[in-house]
Design a protein around this ligand. Structure first.
Ligand code: HEM
Length: 506
């Protein structure tokens, strides 16, 4: 018996020592290269919240390190679970990595997430999740459907959605009162607009009964909830990437894959049988790509790439922007007066006019800064490079080492943005956004060759909704909502966003 107990204890001991060795094996990596290491380093790396995010969000843990080291260092050594990672504290260095030295940091950590499950075939087709030459090919294909020219041609889709949005608000006020849960409203708008642009369907989210959630919106919402919780699970799996294959981890569910495949097949066939290709939208772009050899699965992959951020990220930004405007009435009035000044009698606006409203652009940029829907980028070093850490110190990065660019932290840094927690659109006056972007301080869409592919789409969608809402309603806050909902990529308002909509007397 004693021998058995002894053997068991030895076994447990060996297992624990093994795990400890596995987790801490590389923890001297930065010391050995003379790079300052962020302290404290725990057995779970620099950010235990990544693995235990019930207690602490990853972004808030990055904040602690950023605040502690940013004044004295351009970058600091950290450990993302057990793997060495360089946290870039100096925005100028971030700009170099994203833009000038892009060929040394071509791939993203997300592109290493999906190579394990060939069945997860649609996420694997998104440039966001692709590496190397496949990334380039998918990005080029996708970009062809999102050119300014095509968006201009498809502009009536946004215009029609904007009008439907106002009609929906009108009905909601009549039937349920003037306080409207604005997260729901924002996603209804993005579902309707993207449904029409990508698949040429009426999603029903604005045209159906008030408060009713149809099959398209329900599937979209379940799909994004799963995709974002997957982001958290995949980030956690950085500690032992082999579990992804072992557990067959997927980003998208089989059910949503089936739903979107059927939808794409039906709409491609319908368009080909009924309309030819006379409507310039994303569906016509997908059909053109299929004629050049793409499969229907490639089309679903591209469609879902646009839909993921066109529905979710743009929707999230929209309700945050409305919340900020409801809290900052002076800014709301100023924006409304700019909008009403250009509003022609028939109530519509052109693509060019919408893009040329300076204060709308400033409010949009300020909302992007405050929200930062994608709060950080992790790039993989793909070609050896020497990084200048300042104070006459340099470090050689080898392929496989990752760097973290903390856009959320730059956007909330008091030294870069005085009164950083306030909504101050004036800071983006006179084209400041592009200047701040060149200095690496303003990265809401990233930068360089991997800059957001749908930047113009997101911009158009959010601006159009704001344009229609503010030209018809005054928007007031009814209660404060704390920030704190962590999606794995950013931190969002935590709870219902109930705003009061009062019709303007015209
Ligand atoms: C306001 C809404 C949006 C925000 C704030 C946003 C933000 C971002 C950010 C920060 C990145 C990472 C860039 C980097 O790693 O340097 C990104 C990448 C990407 N975004 Fe967006 N995005 C938005 C809307 C959209 C839309 C509507 C689409 C689709 C039409 C889209 C498609 C993509 C794709 C495909 C990538 C990956 C690009 C690549 O790796 O080559 N995004 N986005």
């Amino acid at each position: 018996m004693m021998i058995l107990v002894g053997l068991c204890l030895t076994f447990v001991h060996v297992v624990f020592v093994g795990i400890y060795f596995y987790l801490t094996r590389y923890h001297k990596y930065w010391d050995k290269r003379g790079v300052v290491t962020a302290q404290p380093v725990s057995i779970l790396g620099t950010y235990p919240g990544l693995l235990l995010n019930k207690t602490r969000s990853f972004i808030l843990e990055v904040q602690d390190v950023y605040d502690k080291y940013k004044n004295d260092h351009r970058a600091v050594g950290t450990f993302i679970t057990r793997q060495p990672q360089l946290l870039i504290l100096d925005p100028v260095l971030a700009h170099e990595i994203l833009v000038d030295k892009f060929s040394h940091f071509r791939d993203t950590i997300t592109s290493s997430f999906v190579s394990h499950n060939s069945d997860d075939k649609y996420v694997e087709r998104s440039p966001f999740f692709s590496a190397g030459d496949k990334w380039k090919q998918r990005r080029t294909e996708g970009a062809g459907g999102l050119t300014p020219n095509r968006l201009k041609q498809a502009f009536t889709i946004w215009e029609k959605s904007g009008q439907k949005l106002v009609e929906y608000i009108e009905r909601a006020i009549k039937e349920k009162g003037d306080i409207i849960e604005t997260k729901d409203l924002a996603y209804r708008f993005t579902a309707a607009t993207m449904g029409d642009f990508i698949w040429s369907i009426d999603a029903g989210s604005l045209s159906g009964k008030v408060g009713e959630i149809g099959i398209f919106q329900k599937t979209s919402s379940d799909w994004t909830v799963h995709a974002f919780s997957s982001m958290i699970r995949f980030n956690k799996s950085l500690v032992a990437p082999f579990v992804r294959k072992l557990c067959g981890m997927r980003f998208f569910t089989k059910e949503s894959d089936k739903f979107f495949l059927k939808l794409t097949e039906d709409m491609v066939n319908f368009r080909q049988e009924n309309f030819g290709e006379d409507r310039e939208d994303y569906l016509s772009h997908l059909i053109q790509l299929q004629k050049r050899g793409n499969s229907i699965h490639d089309s679903v992959g591209h469609a879902l790439t646009v839909y993921l951020d066109g529905y979710e990220t743009s929707g999230a930004l929209l309700y945050h922007m409305l919340y900020s405007l409801s809290e900052n009435r002076e800014e709301q009035e100023k924006l409304r007066s700019e909008i009403l000044d250009v509003l022609p009698t028939e109530g519509t606006i052109s693509y060019e006019q919408l893009n040329a409203l300076p204060y709308l652009d400033q409010c949009f940029n300020e909302s992007l800064r405050l929200t930062t829907p994608i709060g950080f980028f992790m790039r993989i070093c793909t070609k050896p490079i020497q990084i200048d850490l300042g104070n006459e110190k340099k470090v050689d990065l080898e392929p496989g080492i990752t760097v973290l660019i903390p856009a959320y932290q730059y956007h909330h840094d008091e030294d870069l943005y005085p009164e950083a927690s306030g909504f101050r659109p004036e800071r983006f006056e006179n084209g400041a956004a592009s200047l701040l972007n060149k200095r690496g301080c303003f990265l809401p869409f990233g930068d360089g060759p991997r800059i957001c592919l749908g930047m113009r789409v997101g911009q158009l969608t959010v601006k159009m909704a704001i344009f229609h809402i503010l030209s018809n309603y005054q928007v007031e806050q009814t209660k404060k909502v704390p920030m704190g909902a962590d999606t794995g990529l950013g931190i969002f308002l935590n709870g219902d966003v109930e705003l009061k909509y009062t019709k303007l007397q015209k």
